[in-house]
Design a protein around this ligand. Structure first.
Ligand SMILES: [Zn+2]
Length: 262
């Protein structure tokens, strides 16, 4: 727990220094909420998890390790549902603050874990999660070297264009090679992991320190403009709850892109 507190504290300090880490801790930590009908955000476990409560339960990302009970409590006490109703756990990418409780949740609920093949290789330990050269601070490198999960198997390999559990998979290489977004067309909602964020009223790009290929990451954001979504839910920051696809297009228009001529 000390380590988790250190890790979360680190992100808090880092964020308050206004560095573009792509992560933030919302001041009201630990508050859970229904963002839109039947879509819940479980905060305070860095990064956010999203729980879709349809006839089955679907979880998108799982936070840092050792937070499994918090997620299960949300299912039982918050939703009054049985953990066995959790059928699918989507991992938007392989970073530890997104995959930390997936394996334990699978053991306790029987849910299947889904990820893109390229990040599944990182999750299973077949490949390293590469970082941009010179991108990460020494402190962040230290934290990441200590804060790891044991490798685990992925049950479902999902690819661009697949429709699973009512969600369309959109492959967004850049932050990691197998980053994905999940598009819920019924709710006009996009779950983007760390490909985009929304903080203090602004759409933000992925963390430059933590993004393997920034040019690809921005090409991936352009790909998202083909989708019509009102709500943008990312791994860090705040929910963007209206006109989200318009705001993402405005963000791209404003940005002076380093991918041109570099
Ligand atoms: Zn990440």
């Amino acid at each position: 727990m000390v380590l988790i507190n250190f890790y979360q504290g680190f992100f808090f300090v880092h964020d308050s220094m206004n560095l573009n880490t792509g992560v933030s801790i919302i001041p009201n930590r630990g508050k859970n909420m229904e963002v839109i009908p039947d879509v819940h955000m479980i905060e305070g476990i860095t990064a956010h998890c999203y729980l879709i409560a349809d006839s089955e339960l679907i979880l998108i990302d799982t936070g840092l390790p050792h937070q499994t009970q918090k997620i299960l409590r949300y299912i039982t006490n918050g939703l009054h549902r049985d953990p066995s109703e959790l059928k699918t756990i989507f991992l938007t990418h392989a970073d530890v603050d997104h995959i930390g409780n997936a394996s334990e949740l699978r053991s306790l609920t029987g849910a299947k874990i889904a990820a893109h093949p390229e990040d599944a290789e990182i999750i299973t330990g077949a490949k390293e999660r590469l970082m941009p050269k010179g991108g990460m601070s020494i402190l962040l490198k230290l934290v990441r070297s200590v804060m790891r999960t044991k490798p685990f198997q992925v049950d479902l390999l999902v690819n661009d264009g697949d429709e699973i559990a009512g969600l369309r998979i959109i492959h967004l290489p850049g932050h990691t090679p197998g980053s994905i977004a999940l598009y819920d067309s019924r709710r006009k909602t996009l779950f983007v992991g760390d490909a985009l964020g929304y903080k203090r009223g602004d759409v933000q790009g992925p963390s430059e320190e933590m993004t393997m290929d920034l040019n690809k990451a921005y090409e991936s954001i352009v790909k998202l403009t083909a989708f019509d979504f009102d709500v943008l839910l990312s791994g860090h920051g705040e929910p963007l709850q209206s006109a989200a696809s318009v705001k993402v297009k405005e963000f791209l228009e404003k940005r002076t892109s380093p991918m041109k001529g570099s």
